[in-house]
Structures are given as C-alpha cells and as structure tokens.
Design a protein around this ligand. Structure first.
Ligand code: ATP
Length: 197
C-alpha cells in the first residue's frame, strides 16, 4: 500500500484536507486522534504518565486531565521530553498497527510533527499543506480565538515553512476557498490511485 504522510503548520488545513480524502474513501490515520487513544484509561501510557507526573494528572473519572498535564510540562523542556518519550513510540506503534489492518490502494497518515520526528523517512510520499503566513495567522486566530502574539509564537515554534516545502513530494496551496482545496485533493486522490497500481 502506498503510504502518504500529510503534514503542515498549525491551521494550514490538514484536517480540511484529510476529511476530504476520507470522503473520497481513503483511509486516514491521524496522529492527533491516536495521541488521545493511547492515553485512554487502561492504556499503558496513562499509567506511565501517572508514574512520571503524579496522580494529579488524573480526573475523578480516571481520565487524563490534559490541562494539568500541560501545566507540568509548561516551560520545562526536560519534562516535555519525558512525556514525548512515553507517548511518541506508542503513537507510532498504534498508527502502524492501524495501517496494517487497512486494505486500500493508498492511505493517509496525518502527522503534524512528521519532519520533527523523522517520520518523513517512513512514508512513501510527503504531502505538505501550505498557506501564506498572513492567512495562516488569520485562520488560527479566528479558530482558536487567541491573540496574534500567541498564534505567532506557535507558528514560530514549528519547523520552518521553507524546509517543509523543500522536502515535500506534493504540495497543497491552501490560500483560496475550501472548494478549491477539495478540487486539489481530488486531483491528488487520482494521482495516488494511479501511483499505487
Ligand atoms: P491544526 O494544525 O491546528 O490541527 P489544521 O492544519 O488541521 O490545524 P484546519 O483545522 O483544517 O487546519 O484549518 C484551520 C482553520 O482554517 C479551520 O477553522 C478551517 O475551517 C479553516 N480553513 C482551512 N482551510 C480553509 C480555506 N481554504 N478557506 C477558509 N477556511 C479554511
């Protein structure tokens, strides 16, 4: 099966793109979704997080209190690394397992940190969703309701846009309307079907 790694900066349109691939029938495995699955009650990652950070990361019903966990790693890069060491291997393994259980000509793995985690080397093609910095900033602020400074600092903390674009096999320029975005996804759907035969 042809495996496409989908990535892009915050608010670039990854979800809009992967939703449309899914509508066209392509299996989509989303790292953000899997990252929530691996910390559900009963999963080993949740136990390890409690061991590392203490029982206050649990809510009364036994589910992870993300707000408290965020406070534990806020401004503490060492704690953030420890959390990533717990989560990343489990997210990867779960995504791989879900991929193995999938039967289709091609599949989309949506991974925001594709380059940062070196997973660009584990997929057949890299698809980058990109938009102009001013459009990205506007969409993030509209969606999340935060200040320009907050949105800009998240954008600045992510991998460099030009490096991402240079390493892409395919690019979706998401500067226009959602119907233009869908049309481009449909083009790529046909391309991936052809490439997979
Ligand atoms: P994140 O990195 O935060 O998960 P994302 O890359 O998945 O974000 P989306 O959630 O798909 O990005 O898009 C960000 C916001 O911009 C959403 O509110 C979405 O509806 C909007 N958006 C995306 N593409 C377009 C477009 N072409 N026209 C108008 N709005 C758009």
């Amino acid at each position: 099966m042809l495996v496409i790694g989908l990535t892009g900066g915050i608010g670039s349109g990854k979800t809009a793109v992967s939703d449309h691939f899914a509508r066209l029938g392509a299996p989509v495995i989303d790292a953000d979704v899997v990252s929530r699955e691996v910390v559900e009650p009963g999963q080993p990652a949740l136990l390890e997080i409690v061991e590392q950070f203490g029982a206050d990361v649990l809510q009364e019903d036994g589910t992870l209190d993300r707000r408290v966990l965020r406070q534990h790693i806020f401004n503490d890069s060492e704690a953030k690394t420890r959390l990533e060491q717990i989560l990343h291997p489990k997210i990867r393994a779960t995504m791989r397992k879900q991929l193995e259980e999938t039967d289709a000509p091609y599949a989309i793995l949506s991974i925001p940190l594709l380059f940062e985690t070196g997973q660009n080397k584990t997929v057949d093609r890299v698809l980058v969703v990109d938009c102009l910095p001013e459009i990205q900033l506007r969409r993030v602020m509209q969606r999340d309701g935060g200040s320009e400074r907050e949105a800009q600092s998240i954008i600045d903390s992510q991998s460099d846009r030009n490096l991402r674009l240079a390493a892409a096999d395919d690019v979706i320029e998401n500067n226009g309307t959602l119907s233009e975005l869908k049309a481009r996804v449909e083009q790529l759907h046909q391309k991936y079907l052809t490439l997979s035969t």
